[in-house]
Design a protein around this ligand. Structure first.
Ligand SMILES: C[S@@+](CC[C@H](N)C(=O)[O-])C[C@H]1O[C@@H](n2cnc3c(N)ncnc32)[C@H](O)[C@@H]1O
Ligand SMILES: C[S@@+](CC[C@H](N)C(=O)[O-])C[C@H]1O[C@@H](n2cnc3c(N)ncnc32)[C@H](O)[C@@H]1O
Ligand code: SF4
Length: 438
């Protein structure tokens, strides 16, 4: 089985609300999906207590207490980038990391305060904080709630003590269960759990046990991530040195299928490759990524996609902030932001991102959304006549109909292998269009 890693979720594209018209290369007037009035906001907290054996996200072990400095830099960068984007409304805020539950509630409140002073942050906007069981006792969770957090994403990862040890987690199963219970108590209907499967040596029986236990204690949102063995992590090294077995891909595929079936039988909708929700508890913030809306990322290594209208920009940009906390802070103090890299996205980039992100969801890409990017180019134009795509449709993996383009239930499990032919077809069609063959 071939599946996207969780971090692919942050590479986003096009948008759905609002059209702005720009003329590119004098070719045609293109209505672009800018959703320019609003954006989601991601805030990266770069510190963790300890490195988990599997993780290569942008995180550091703090050497000194520099929270006051980080706080003022996050506040400054939020102001700068919101002004640069000229959005009037922040639709959701996500404090991710690293381990943002290690930050003090004062820092969370200060960032939210700065956001409210710079743009409208509606009362009911989803405000998520990622919480690790070891830094999320009830009193801390209550303080976060007072600061404005209304959704928690709890990093449980496994409900088996041996597996937690292997993953290098700092908590036991019972500690994770207790945190989850407190979280569900304080944030009913708005508590999510992250679980990883496909671990070296993990058996189907152990996974089934975890799933059963999970269903007993979880709330309305579950994220299931297949382990990606990341270069540079200690888990990768242990597998490479032969101290641990390579995770079995066939077994991992079976785990995924069993989990999808079990969760769906318990009333969960699989609304994205790795995400399941019941009672409508879909994550608004993550949906913004998958639907190609604008998002602003602040903090070390955060990613953004927005149109910098404040500097006269008309085109969507991809931005990445400086990775390491200390240099990032220096840049923010100097320039008001720590943006390290800016990439202008052309229409083909936006279409490609729309494909990659949109197909992760069960709704896929609607005709309306696709044609907001380039009105004269329909999904049927690009994919309708392709023999290879036709075969994928016939195999029951892809659906192209009056609603748009999407994966079937079967197709969602092998999305990576569908993306290659889809992206190739898009590029070929685009090249023919540019040279006037179409
Ligand atoms: C970057 S972490 C931050 C959350 C928080 N620090 C925690 O550990 O609970 C977000 C999620 O990514 C997932 N993740 C991280 N590394 C992964 C890997 N190598 N393979 C699969 N999932 C991974 C984990 O489930 C984790 O909860
Ligand atoms: C893997 S997802 C887990 C989301 C969780 N399952 C939920 O439903 O709320 C979250 C992680 O993705 C990464 N992430 C999300 N948005 C990001 C952005 N804009 N820039 C950089 N990293 C981002 C962060 O490491 C964050 O901890
Ligand atoms: S999984 Fe979470 S706690 Fe563990 S190192 Fe990564 S960011 Fe830190």
């Amino acid at each position: 089985m071939n599946r996207l890693s969780p971090r692919a979720a942050v590479l986003c594209q096009g948008a759905v609300r609002g059209l702005c018209v720009s003329s590119r290369q004098g070719r045609e007037s293109v209505a672009k999906p800018c959703s320019e009035e609003e954006a989601a906001l991601y805030v990266h907290w770069p510190y963790c207590e300890k490195r988990c054996t599997y993780c290569n996200f942008n995180k550091y072990i703090p050497r000194s207490d520099n929270e006051a400095a980080i706080r003022s830099c996050l506040v400054q960068e939020a102001r700068t980038l919101i002004r640069l984007s000229q959005v009037h409304r922040i639709t959701s805020v996500f404090f991710g990391g690293g381990t943002p539950s290690l930050a003090s509630h004062g820092t969370i409140a200060a960032v939210l305060e700065a956001v409210s002073q710079t743009a409208l942050l509606p009362q009911d906007a989803e405000i998520t904080l990622e919480a690790n069981p070891t830094s999320a006792e009830r009193s801390r969770l209550q303080q976060f709630q007072k600061a404005g957090v209304n959704r928690l994403s709890v990093g449980v990862q496994s409900l088996d003590d041996q597996e937690l040890l292997l993953l290098g987690r700092t908590h036991s199963t019972s500690e994770a269960q207790k945190t989850l219970e407190e979280a569900c108590n304080l944030f009913p209907g708005r508590t999510s759990v992250d679980i990883i499967f496909g671990l070296p040596g993990q058996s189907l029986a152990s996974w089934h046990r975890t799933l059963r236990q999970l269903l007993d204690i979880c709330d309305d949102h579950v994220s299931l991530y297949q382990l990606t063995l990341e270069r540079g992590t200690s888990l990768f090294k242990m597998v490479q040195d032969g101290r641990l077995s390579t995770p079995d891909m066939e077994v991992a595929s079976q785990m995924y299928e069993d989990a999808r079936r079990t969760l769906s039988e318990s009333g969960f909708r699989q609304y994205e490759v790795s995400n399941f929700a019941r009672n409508g508890a879909l994550s608004a913030h993550n949906m913004s990524y998958w639907l190609g809306k604008q998002y602003i990322g602040i903090g070390p290594g955060a990613h953004s996609r927005f149109v910098p209208r404040g500097s006269g920009g008309q085109q969507r940009q991809a931005r990445i902030q400086t990775l390491e906390p200390e240099p990032w802070m220096k840049e923010v103090m100097h320039y008001g932001h720590g943006t390290r890299k800016v990439t202008e996205l052309n229409d083909l980039d936006v279409l490609s991102e729309t494909l990659v992100q949109g197909l992760r969801t069960d709704i896929g890409i609607t005709h309306e959304r696709w044609q907001q990017i380039v009105p004269s180019l329909s999904l049927y134009h690009v994919f309708g006549a392709s023999q290879e795509i036709g075969e994928l449709r016939q195999a029951g993996l892809l659906v192209l109909d009056e609603r748009g383009l999407r994966c079937s239930w079967k197709g969602l499990a092998v999305l990576d292998s569908l993306l290659l032919p889809l992206l190739t077809q898009l590029q070929e069609h685009w090249a023919q269009r540019e040279t006037g063959t179409f």
